[in-house]
Design a protein around this ligand. Structure first.
Ligand code: ACO
Length: 330
């Protein structure tokens, strides 16, 4: 493996779904309140994509924006990696649909990774490995989720939490010392049942019964996830920083998966990185799973909050339980 190649992010983009569902709207749908949702989660509203928009449409929009920033054309990409658990359909991959919708005709490999809210970091890690081994030069990595279509709008435990959206980055081989310094990935399978969509797969194929039993919607044991989230995310943040010989004080920007403000506040305290360094948008998007990091990163970049040579720490955790980190010298 060549030590001279670095993986540098040269473009970011997002798709912001136009529909807005506020906490007050949800008060009319389930037994909840703006106060409960705000205090327990930090979410005020979430975005909902129009009915005729698919997960791959949102992703393609985000990739096109990232390509523009990178000054690249669709055919300059030699790999597309899509993190999603709410793809267009089980077959083919959403990444294949993205290739078509961005107008790429170079037949580059395109595939999905399934790691729930950690999908973007898993995808970034795979891209980094391909680039550093010289097997790919310019890769589009996307996080895209249409969570509101997998939501049981009769279940107040879940329907207040999630939103739609997509974010993308273009990463390319670079000779400078800037780029991805490390990625670390983890899975704890003792909690697979804490976050799942039980119906529609090989275990419970779609049937009138699975539909009647609402098995195609997200089910979550929020308390179980919460318990491990703070520890796993904090440990991942500390490991990433130490592995590269830095201290937490050196981190300039944290781009974290955003499921709950209380989780992020607890991680911030435990790791000792002030919340002001976190690129946050949970209040306006809700939990967008794999899209949450690339959307908030894109917003931070476009608002001038990320400067050349800044140390950017990414951390995410979701169903699996799968989690991970990436440390980037911007
Ligand atoms: N409105 C009003 N009351 C509610 C609502 C609601 N929307 N939802 C739940 N409640 C009630 C519950 O029924 C419960 O009532 P009870 O005490 O009478 O039984 C009470 O509020 C407290 O419920 P908890 O589940 O203990 O609430 P908690 O403080 O844990 O907050 C939450 C729930 C927000 C889900 C939290 O546990 C959480 O954020 N968990 C982590 C989620 C996460 O990180 N997911 C990972 C990523 S998602 C992915 O991978 C796709």
């Amino acid at each position: 493996m060549s030590v001279d190649i670095n993986t540098r992010i040269i473009g970011t983009g997002k798709y912001k779904a136009e529909g807005v569902l506020t906490n007050h709207d949800l008060e009319k749908m389930v037994d909840t309140s703006d106060q409960w949702i705000t205090e327990r989660t930090g979410i005020s509203e979430r975005r909902i994509a129009p009915k005729d928009v698919a997960t791959s449409d949102m992703a393609a929009g985000a990739v096109k924006e990232a390509l523009d920033m990178a000054g690249k054309k669709p055919d300059d990409i030699d790999m597309i990696i899509c993190g999603t658990v709410t793809g267009d359909m089980p077959l083919p991959s959403t990444a294949a649909m993205i290739q078509k919708k961005i107008g790429a005709s170079n037949m580059c490999p395109a595939f999905d990774v399934s790691a729930a809210c950690a999908g973007f970091i898993y995808g970034l890690s795979v891209a980094d490995a391909f680039i550093k081994t010289g097997k790919a030069k310019t890769v589009a990595i996307v996080g895209t989720e249409m969570l509101t279509r997998f939501m049981d709008f009769e279940d107040r435990n879940t329907c207040v939490l999630f939103g739609d959206g997509a974010g993308a980055v273009i990463a390319t081989a670079d000779q400078s010392d800037r780029g991805i310094l490390s990625t670390h990935l983890y899975t704890d399978s003792s909690l697979t049942a804490a976050l799942q969509i039980p119906g529609g797969g090989s275990l419970e194929p779609a049937s009138a019964e699975t539909i009647a039993n609402r098995r195609h919607f997200i089910q979550m044991e929020g308390r179980e996830v919460f318990k491990v989230a703070v520890k796993y995310l904090s440990d991942a943040a500390e490991t990433a920083v130490k592995a590269n010989g830095y201290s937490v004080d050196d981190v300039n920007v944290v781009s974290a998966h955003q499921a709950n403000m209380r989780i992020l506040s607890a991680v911030s305290k435990r790791v000792n990185i002030p919340l002001e360094k976190f690129a946050l948008n949970l209040k306006y998007y809700g939990n967008t799973s794999s899209a949450s990091i690339p959307i908030s990163l894109d917003e931070a970049v476009r608002e001038g909050k990320v400067s050349e040579n800044d140390l950017v720490l990414m951390i995410a955790l979701g169903g699996g339980i799968s989690w991970g980190s990436a440390l980037i010298k911007w």
